[in-house]
Design a protein around this ligand. Structure first.
Ligand SMILES: NC(=O)c1ncn([C@@H]2O[C@H](COP(=O)(O)O)[C@@H](O)[C@H]2O)c1NC=O
Length: 509
């Protein structure tokens, strides 16, 4: 395999951390180092010999650093083909030295955008010279080693250690692949920043972090997840998250984020749908009320709370077999108890979901939409029946509507005082969803007299309110918008039921 001995290096890095051992090693190997302003000072302070790029190019860094390495002596030094007589001839003619190793750490564009910095600061953090160095060195991987992020320092260090400055083609090609990963990710971030109003209809996503999952939805399917999982969660216990766990965790987090921190909320999900949701005076009470809604489906579920898990709640949870429990924190004694089962996945939710877009693949393409960020507020309820909803009913309706929004359509949620009694989930007709909900509520011993009903979309006919009346349901929330709304309203008026419209449909397909 064709070996290249590193005799010269160009180092230009934004963050200087963890660079010192590499510089020292290169110095010890007698490598000729070229460097830019701040990096050069850093290297000098280590006592390692370094030549300023300015001395190579005979040009100073100009325009506030916008142009410092962009020069034929630098790019020629990287790009000339060492096995091409013509290139070698020209390199000699123009006094272009070989550069065998390039180390770059780009201006932190994404971090600057995330910090909320003004546009002019963001623009100045679009690295031009660095990205060009990366692309040039990666293109000429036959002759050059390109280290394009700080993450690769350990690999380089090991290489320098093991091979004393020599590199194989395979090493260099692997670095080149990573370099184009870095450069394409960087440019995607810049494009998405410029295309915030989506004037250019393109779907460009680059997730820098990924992990291979044990398998996909089923064992014969491969699965991977791309995203910053560690930013969202800290795993305190349990086996690796599976594909299906991740899908359910996403649904659980989306649902629990409907509840404000002063409400003590607990939800149990199966296959992305809630089979129990409640708010209570304590988190233990919320859990017990959520569990009561469907003590069968809770088995193997994904559980989530918006409050820390205390010992009292953990003692109740301990007797349930569940896959995942997510909470903002776990009391030490609760954690000790729950850790008793080694496979149980316990996740600390560190931050909120902040994506504004959702996408999935279909028809050989990708479908993209804004996330449904509308939560129906009592202040926005439109009373459409003669009988107005009471304050208590409004609270129950708002609660039920939050669950509707995160349940597969067609859905009906039946609730009472901060407790989901039952749900009809993913049915092909709304009537079937209601019938399923009624059957389930009865199966788990609930009296529906005085309960409220939420529907994710309008009632095309009055049949749902008719059936609901028969079960003692007193108040209904729905978006409205059917040409036959009047029939449902009339029925409610004649049967002293109250109904509010929200104006917002919450289909979830
Ligand atoms: N303009 C150029 O020619 C140029 N060449 C290298 N850089 C970047 O300058 C930074 C290092 O600068 P310094 O060594 O001065 O701290 C690196 O992030 C590198 O990617 C440049 N800056 C931006 O484009």
């Amino acid at each position: 395999m064709s070996q290249v001995k590193i005799k010269s290096a160009l180092i230009s890095v934004f963050h200087k951390d963890n660079l010192a051992p590499i510089v020292k090693k290169l110095g010890a190997l007698g490598v000729q180092i070229y460097s830019t302003g701040g990096t050069q000072t850093f290297i000098e302070e280590l006592g390692v010999p370094v030549t300023a790029v300015e001395d190579l190019t005979s040009y100073p860094s100009i325009f506030g650093g916008r142009v410092k390495t962009l020069h034929p002596k630098v790019f020629g030094g990287i790009l000339h083909r060492r096995d091409n007589a013509g290139d070698l001839e020209q390199a000699k003619e123009f006094e272009i030295p070989s550069i065998d190793l390039v180390i770059v750490d780009l201006y932190p564009f994404e971090a600057t955008v995330a910090s909320g910095a003004p546009e002019q600061d963001i623009i100045e953090k679009i690295d031009i010279g660095g990205i060009s160095l990366i692309r040039a060195a990666a293109k000429n991987f036959k002759d050059v080693v390109i280290v394009s992020t700080r993450d690769q320092y350990p690999t380089l260090e090991k290489l320098l250690e093991d091979k004393n400055g020599s590199t194989d083609l395979a090493d260099r090609k692997a670095f080149a692949a990573q370099a184009f990963d870095v450069s394409s990710h960087y440019d995607t971030a810049i494009f998405n920043y410029f295309n915030q109003d989506e004037a250019i209809e393109r779907f460009k996503v680059s997730q820098a972090e990924g992990q291979t999952l044990r398998y996909g939805e089923n064992p014969h399917q491969k699965g991977q997840f791309f995203g910053p999982l560690d930013e969202l969660f800290e795993k305190l216990n349990g086996k690796e998250l599976s594909y299906n766990n991740l899908v359910d965790v996403d649904a659980a987090v989306s649902l629990i984020e409907e509840f404000s921190n002063h409400e003590k909320a607990f939800a149990i999900l199966k296959h992305t749908n809630a089979c129990g949701v409640a708010i209570g005076d304590s988190i233990k009470e919320a859990y017990l009320k959520a569990f009561a809604a469907d003590t069968v489906s809770a088995f193997g579920g994904v559980l989530i709370s918006n409050q820390p898990i205390d010992l009292a709640t953990a003692e109740e949870l301990n007797s349930l077999f569940f896959e995942v429990l997510i909470a903002p924190a776990f009391d030490a004694d609760a954690l000790d108890l729950l850790k008793g089962k080694k496979n149980r996945i316990l996740l600390v939710k560190k931050q909120s979901l902040n994506t504004k877009k959702q996408f999935k693949s279909l028809l050989n393409g990708v479908i993209v939409q804004d996330r449904d960020l509308v939560t129906d507020q009592i202040s926005g309820f439109k009373q459409v029946t003669k009988k107005a909803t009471s304050d208590a009913e409004n609270l129950a309706l708002a609660f039920a509507s939050k669950i509707c929004k995160h349940t597969k359509s067609n859905t009906i949620i039946l609730a009472k005082e901060g407790q989901m009694l039952s749900s009809g989930v993913g049915q092909t007709s709304r009537v079937d969803a209601l019938k399923q909900a009624i059957e389930k509520a009865k199966a788990f011993g609930f009296d529906l007299n005085g309960a409220v009903m939420a529907s994710d979309a309008f009632f095309p006919f009055p049949d749902c309110v008719e059936i609901a009346k028969g079960e003692g349901i007193v108040a209904v929330i729905q978006p409205g918008g059917s040409i036959k709304d009047d029939l449902s309203i009339e029925y409610c008026d004649k049967n002293s039921m109250a109904m509010v419209f929200t104006g917002t449909r919450h289909f979830k397909h």
